[in-house]
Design a binder for this molecule. Sequence first.
Ligand SMILES: Nc1ncnc2c1ncn2[C@@H]1O[C@H](COP(=O)(O)OP(=O)(O)OP(=O)(O)O)[C@@H](O)[C@H]1O
Ligand SMILES: [Mg+2]
Length: 506
Amino acid sequence: MSEEYVLELEHIRKEYPGVVALKDVTLQLRPGEVLGLIGENGAGKSTLIKCCSGAVIPTSGKIKINGKEFERMTPQLAAENGIAIIYQEFNNVGELSAAENLFLGRPIRNGIMIDRKAMEEEAAKAFAQLQIKINPKELVKNLSVGYQQMIEIAKAIQQNAKVLIMDEPSAPLTTNEVENMFKVVELLREQGVSIIYISHRLEEIFRLSDRIEVIRDGEYVTTLITPEATVDELIKLMVGREMTQKYPEREPCIDKNKVVLELKHVSGNGDKDMNLKIHAGEVLGLGGLVGAGRTELAEVIFGSKPKESGQIILNGKEINPRSPREAIDLGIALVPEDRKRHGALLTNSIKNNINMPIYKRISNASVIRSAIEKSNAEKYRKEIQIKCPTVNQLVKNLSGGNQQKVILGKWLAADSQLIIFDEPTRGIDVGAKYEIYKLINDLVESGRSVLMISSEMEELIGMSDRIIVLAEGEMTGELQKEEFDADTIMAYASAIVDKEMGGSTR
Ligand SMILES: Nc1ncnc2c1ncn2[C@@H]1O[C@H](COP(=O)(O)OP(=O)(O)OP(=O)(O)O)[C@@H](O)[C@H]1O
Ligand SMILES: [Mg+2]
């Protein structure tokens, strides 16, 4: 009976001090299938799959591989029994070659010597099996994120994994890289590997999976057969309520007479001749492919990268912020794309993070100060639904999506006049996305301005009042609301060249 499943998790429970991450989750994986695993931020997806690898020890529940029950899973047992996991952050070492990374911690030896040649041959074989072109000698730091992920997958294959678990694999990838990853997933399925695929992007789940398991608040909800499921149904199962609208209504609030930010022939950080105006109450969308120079532009406005020429004008006055600190003091905020690296102090509490930009402003009297801090943190905890036992929780103990919400809260609390969002909803679940859109609406309705970088076409169109498109560090098009159209935006985005990811380096 049990043999019909390669992997079974039965009634898994995981308690942390003050938090029950998993209450009761069951999962059954069939041979050769792709099982989509979905649920809101903090639902327990990552914790559940970490139980499979022994990275997390469940408080109670059973784990069976090919019908055999394991008292206590360990990373080594998991690997020996063919379970491999691609975590959200991979463990590559940039200074080592692709082949060396593939054999990290278990090098092939010839006597006592490390046999580099054998490792390179084996690596070449693994890459060939996945039909990917990586030079085994190439240093990993020279490879794109997409290829770095492929090395992780190749590692799993090389270790003969029968079950591959992927935790939001598409999140760090560009559009082309996602396509390549899908091909590899399909290929592995054909080769008989069973796959658990976690993603907040439902279109990916529909495209890849055979069945879909939904979990909510640490509990098993249901498992559906993919062709029989609908988007609305899945959202309802995840969120626990009906969601009729994807984008909240916004009151018309643009003040055409008030230009908040103007760029005149701004060059720097790889961008050339940027010209734009953002009005009070306006959401200006920045579209383009990954690498088009959008984040680079944000960095120049925010003072983290130098401007080479041109003028940045804020409320009619030329500014030259030379550091983020100066930009913040001028009333500019940036919610960065790579939140792990730039955004959150992981070892600090939610409360400290949210209050970070305003410490200078709040009273020094300790009683008042701690009251303000607390109420500020509570406000954003509620508004953007940060799932945590208390605001004193350390950010590193939050789920991926909830860490991102803390960074959002931090910049919203800064009370800036111009807020730049770089990919504001990446890795964020549907319900919380809606809340973030509502917050963006609140910001502009109160007269502030938003510059929003987004690679999600639907979001760009759904949220912007106007869209400017960049390609290769140049502005290639501008669209007014009535002209919004995905094909036109894509055409502008690839106007100059369309070589998003060609070779092994970029
Ligand atoms: N080490 C830990 N200490 C305390 N709480 C933890 C720890 N790890 C996870 N949690 C909590 O367990 C819950 C589930 O987190 P998990 O990371 O599994 O969610 P997730 O479904 O993967 O969410 P996301 O979509 O945001 O990645 C969260 O409430 C999280 O804060
Ligand atoms: Mg997760």
